[in-house]
Design a protein around this ligand. Sequence first.
Ligand code: SF4
Length: 386
Amino acid sequence: MSTIAPVDTRRLLTAEPADSLPVLSLEALLALAEESGLTGRGGAGFPTAIKLRAVAEGGTAPVVVGNAMEGEPLSRKDAVLLTRAPHLVVEGLALVGRALRARETVLAIGPEINPAAAEAAARVGRVRVARLEGGFVAGQESALVNQLDGRPAVPRDPLVRITTKGVDGRPTLVLNAETLAQLALAARHGAAWFRLAGTEEDPGTSLFSISGAVERSGVVEAARGSRLRDVLAAAVPVDPVAVLVGGYHGAWLPASQLDTRLTARELRPWGAAVGAGVLYVLGRDLCPIRAAAAIATYLADESAAQCGPCVNGLPRMADALQRLADRVPDPGLPHEIDRMRLLVVGRGACAHPDGTARMVASTMRVFEDHVTRHLAGHCEIEGARR
Ligand code: SF4
C-alpha cells in the first residue's frame, strides 16, 4: 500500500459555493468517477462509477436521490455537511441529475438534518428536498425508495434492484450525501487532485463522526487509509479501552490497535470496515458487555420485522447478551449467542441481521476476558453481582 500524501485534507467542510453549478456529459462524469476511484461514503463503500453506469444503461430517465437519512445513531457527518456545506451536496446532485438526464432529483433528509440550510441550497440547484421519517433501516436504499413512493420505510425485495425499478417504477440512483459532495469537488478540481489524498487503492478523504470517551466529540475529515490514532487525535480520546469502528453494525478494535490504518485490508482481520466513518471510543468507566447489549437491543427493536432473522433471531441474541451483561449465572449464554448469530447471518432481506451479528460476534471475541468474568458473576467495572 502506498503512503498517505502530505496534503491538506480539509476539503469538504471548508469548501465555498461554486460560482455556477458544474456541468459534465455522461461520458465525462463516468470517466471522473472511474479515474478518481470514488467509493460510496454511506456504508457499503461500493464504487460510485459502477452505480452510475448501472443506472445510465437503464435506458429510461431515472430518478436521482441524495441520501442524507443518517439513521445510524452515532453518525453526525451528513448533518454537519448539510449545515456547513449543503451547496456541495446539491452541486453533486445537479451534476449527476443533468448527466443522466434525470426525471427528478431529490435530496432525502432525515429528522436530524437541518432542513433550512438544505432547502436554501436546494433551491439553487432545482433539487427537491424530501423530509422523511427516520429510523435505523430507513436510510437503506430500498427503504428510502419505499418512503419516497409513500410506503412504509422498510427494505424491499432485494431481487428487484432499484437501479432497474425504484421510485415511481423508474431506474433510481441513490448516492450518500457525502459521496455527492466528494463528486462535486472532484468535478471542480479533477480526478488527479482527488487522488492526492488517501491511498492508491482507496483515494480521497472521508468524514468521521467521533463520540464516546473523548474530550471533543464531533466530525473530522481525514485521508482514507489514515491511522485510527491520527483520526481520533482531534477528538482527544480519554483513556480508551477499545474503538467501535463502523458504528452499530461495526466491530471493535482494542486500544492496542490504534496504529491500525483504516483500510479494508487492515480492518478485515477484526471484521471491521470504515463504513460510514463512525468511530465510538469506549472508555474505562463503561462495561463493554453492557454497552454492546444496549446496542444489540436497540438494533433488535429497529428491525423492520418482516423477515425471520429479525423477528426471531435478533431479539433472542440481544436478550442473551443482556443476560450476560447482567451476570446471570448461565454458562450456556455464549453458546446461545453464537447459535443465534449463525441463525441470522445471510438470512435477511437486507444487511441488518448480518451487521448486528457482526457487532455481537466482535464483542464476544474482543472482550473475551469480560465474558469470562461476567459468567463468574463479576464485572471489573460494575463490581460483583448484586
Ligand atoms: S432483514 Fe430485518 S431489517 Fe432487513 S428487511 Fe428483513 S426484517 Fe427488515
